[in-house]
Design a protein around this ligand. Sequence first.
Ligand SMILES: [Ca+2]
Ligand SMILES: [Ca+2]
Ligand SMILES: [Ca+2]
Length: 192
Amino acid sequence: MKFINKIKVVVLTTLIALFFTGCNTTNKIAKKKLKAITSLKPKEIVILLGARIWDGVSERQIENYRRVFGFGDTDKDGRHSKKEYIENGRYMTPQARQGIFKASDANNDGFVTQSEYVENRIITDEAKRIFNEMDADQNGKLTDFEFFKAGKIKEQNLAEEIFLVLDSNGNKELIIPEYLRVWGKWARNISP
Ligand SMILES: [Ca+2]
Ligand SMILES: [Ca+2]
Ligand SMILES: [Ca+2]
């Protein structure tokens, strides 16, 4: 019995050691690969990809976003609660609304104010438009080939690194929610 326990401990220790070695190796690879991208501020990356954020949106469009915000703010306190937006929302799935709510709530206080909402709409609507421009076959998936072919980033190393970071699950193609998770942070000048 004691012998078995000893073996268990040895196996466990080895597994833990292997796990940490694995993590270290991954970190080293990530650091080694990401060289060109580290010379840029997060926001500079989306600008290279064509983002203009506040400069790319008309006063009329902003007004429209504010109006849409107002429809969801049923108690008119100037912010969306989780109940107002996630539970009582009508567009998309509750899961999608939860993701959007979390991304919009920039200061993480559990409410989305009108300005947080408007900023998120500006960032994501523009990001989706840029995604669709690059998605040459219009199938809703942006492959690494399509991304490079779009030619927004001239420097190949940098283009590869940007794609690598956007492609969270490493399958060499991006879908909109995956792409927006990273883009949303970059556009707010936060490292993903
Ligand atoms: Ca409200
Ligand atoms: Ca908030
Ligand atoms: Ca495609």
